[in-house]
Design a protein around this ligand. Structure first.
Ligand SMILES: [Zn+2]
Ligand SMILES: [Zn+2]
Ligand SMILES: [Zn+2]
Length: 192
């Protein structure tokens, strides 16, 4: 990543990348599709230093949420530390040529959306307990942002502006890498 980014203030704080600790982002807008034709408008912030993608759903902010457990501990927002979320299932569907590699086809990702700031945590539990590998991003060992473990499975996702899954994305066929924690299933998105 070498584009020029800018700094953003989010929930009263300077938005900082949890992976590389820098504050330089590009903002995009995306629609996520649910099974029942429902849609969630999202704002994504791409870290211009390490490529990490932060997903937010502004529409979910301040709606009453629910507490969830992850590995027997309360699920906590990585951005604002609040612990109430909305959960929803997102279609990972090869029919749309979006989640095109491997076998995303028959599966759903689980999203937990922070009820306070709208930050979205992605999970794909299919990869839990499979053998994983360690990775380095921006010269740091990649650590799970949900459970701090270091083993991941790697997948690729194509975000296409022409697709029915991401119809209003500003990007054109942006290839992303997904690192999925083999302990908790948390998906980490990176634009390569
Ligand atoms: Zn970063
Ligand atoms: Zn939050
Ligand atoms: Zn994890």
């Amino acid at each position: 990543m070498s584009q020029t980014g800018q700094s953003y203030t989010f929930a009263g704080q300077l938005l900082t990348c949890p992976i590389c600790k820098q504050s330089s982002f590009e903002q995009e807008s995306t629609l996520l599709h649910h099974e029942e034709d429902a849609q969630t408008p999202t704002d994504t912030y791409l870290c211009t230093i390490c490529g990490y993608m932060l997903w937010f759903s502004p529409a979910e902010v301040d709606a009453p949420g629910q507490a969830y457990l992850l590995l027997n501990r309360p699920l906590q927002c990585a951005m604002c530390a609040h612990t109430l979320f909305h959960s929803s299932e997102i279609l990972l569907n090869t029919r749309t040529a979006i989640f095109m590699q491997f076998n995303w086809a028959t599966h759903h990702a689980l999203n937990y959306i922070c009820a306070h700031c709208g930050f979205i945590k992605w999970f794909f539990t299919e990869e839990v307990a499979r053998p994983g590998k360690t990775y380095h991003v921006a010269h740091r060992q990649l650590t799970c942002q949900s459970c701090t473990r270091i083993a991941f499975r790697e997948r690729e996702t194509l975000l296409s502006s022409k697709s029915p899954t991401f119809p209003e994305a500003d990007w054109t066929d942006q290839s992303t890498k997904n690192y999925i924690c083999t302990t908790c299933g948390s998906i980490h998105w990176f634009v390569s």
